[in-house]
Design a protein around this ligand. Structure first.
Ligand SMILES: *Cc1c(COP(=O)(O)O)cnc(C)c1O
Ligand SMILES: [Zn+2]
Length: 425
């Protein structure tokens, strides 16, 4: 393969700045180039991803690391001493054995990977931590992002902890909780008239013009995306170093889904788990389901849509990784399914009622899609399944506010209570 990118590697980078990562590779045409602040192929404009030359890596070596994503540093584009930097140290979230939800859904063995346990309560802390490391090594000074909410929270918090400047761009109609949960970190928050896709386009323009800005999911996206592999690594390690049979994953841009697949593949290639087939399923909300629609129609390209759903964290109408999601799902024998907003709400409640886990709307989408996959005979009920809960219900309270809550208020007297108790039905 020829190197088609600018010959000089990000000048001033320290040796080992990207660990075992050795190059960037175009996902569309396979052209290779050096590591640096590049995200689009100079040959074909295709998206770039990080390539590695891994040494032998043992389970014991990884297990000896910190209880965060940094235990997997040898598998990420980060320096070996990354754990000593000031990051939010995300990851190592719980893998919950979901017996009651499994019974409710008619599945034999089900786990919920509960990423609401991250520092800013969504899986985005993982990708931001890796992007922050890349930004630092590339000498970029401002951490920025276009966001559907959770990414803004994660960027603002990570920048605060690292002591650097952050600027986050969000669509104006974002949930109140997610706006506050960014602004509290003293970030510069820019609300934009328009949808996420408009915000994303604006961010790309700024990234092209402004020197020194790291838009985590735009110009340092190849590094950012690698952070999602840690979900795959943790699931495997928490299952005792083996892979599940089926995984159900929410889709916004589709990055998380494709990188969980990449993570599983790397574990197999490195001999860290036994090779086995696994199936990857994608979950979207009907009001923003461009990838599910393309999957159903048998298309390889994703037709952009205008989002209209309560699942705002997944409301990307023009998903960057859409075609790659279709590849992964078709290759592994999975499927991509969508559910409507009413089903999202019911499934936020279902997960809460059965497992004591309060998910945001994205979790309602994923659990709702899991139920539909079982009903449609697309998930094998006898096989071991993992569902990703990617965010916290406290950030999307309005989705369920009118469904739950106290129906009566009583005076502080025992008789009032007994009357209420008898009448409760
Ligand atoms: C961003 C996000 C996702 C999906 O992310 P992609 O990698 O863009 O597909 C899923 N769930 C939540 C809660 C998110 O914030
Ligand atoms: Zn290319």
């Amino acid at each position: 393969m020829t190197a088609v990118f600018s010959a000089e590697l990000a000048t001033g980078c320290r040796a080992g700045a990207f660990g075992n990562a050795t190059h960037l590779v175009c996902r569309a045409c396979g052209a290779r180039g050096p590591l640096g602040p590049f995200y689009a192929c100079l040959e074909c404009f295709g998206p770039l991803e990080v390539g590695y030359d891994f040494p032998t890596i043992s389970r014991a070596q990884l297990e000896a690391g910190p209880k965060s994503i940094w235990r997997y540093a040898p598998l990420l584009p980060v320096p070996a001493d990354i754990a000593t930097f000031r990051s939010t140290d995300p990851g190592f979230t719980r893998l919950v054995e979901a017996r009651r939800l499994a019974d409710d859904l008619g599945l034999r063995q089900l786990w919920v990977k509960d990423d609401s346990g991250n520092p800013t309560h969504s899986f985005k802390d993982r990708v931001v931590a890796v992007a922050l490391s890349a930004a630092r090594e590339l000498g970029l000074q401002v951490l920025a992002c276009p966001s559907t909410g959770n990414l803004a929270n994660a960027v603002a918090a990570a920048a605060a902890r690292a002591g650097i400047r952050s600027v986050v761009f969000v669509p104006e109609n974002l949930e109140h909780q997610k706006i506050i949960a960014s602004a509290i970190y003293d970030t510069t928050l820019v609300a934009v008239h328009g949808s996420y896709d408009d915000v994303n386009k604006l961010a790309s323009e700024i990234a092209a013009e402004e020197e020194g800005w790291a838009f985590v999911n735009v110009n340092v996206r190849p590094y950012y995306a690698e952070g999602s592999k840690t979900l795959a690594f943790e699931i495997a390690e928490q299952l005792g170093w083996r892979l599940p049979d089926q995984v159900v994953i929410p889709i916004a841009s589709g990055s998380q889904l494709t990188k969980i697949d990449k993570g599983f593949t790397e574990l197999i290639d490195l001999g860290l788990v036994e090779p086995k087939p696994y199936r990857i399923f994608g979950a979207q909300a009907t009001g923003c389901s461009p990838v599910a629609q393309a999957y159903r129609s048998g298309h390889d390209v994703v037709q952009p849509v205008k989002p209209d759903t309560i699942a705002k964290s997944l409301a990307i109408g023009n998903p960057a990784d859409g075609p790659y999601v279709l590849d992964v799902v078709r290759r592994t024998g999975g499927a991509i399914v969508d559910v409507d907003d009413e089903t999202v709400i019911e499934n936020i409640q279902r997960l809460a009622r059965t497992e004591g886990i309060f998910a945001e709307t994205a979790g309602g989408v994923t659990v709702g899609v899991t139920a539909k996959l079982v009903a449609d005979g697309l998930l094998d009920p006898a096989a071991e399944t993992v569902v990703i809960n990617s965010g916290d219900g406290l950030k999307t309270l309005d989705a369920v506010a009118d469904r739950v809550g106290p129906k009566t208020t009583i005076p502080p007297r025992y008789e009032a209570f007994t009357e209420f108790w008898k009448a409760r039905g």
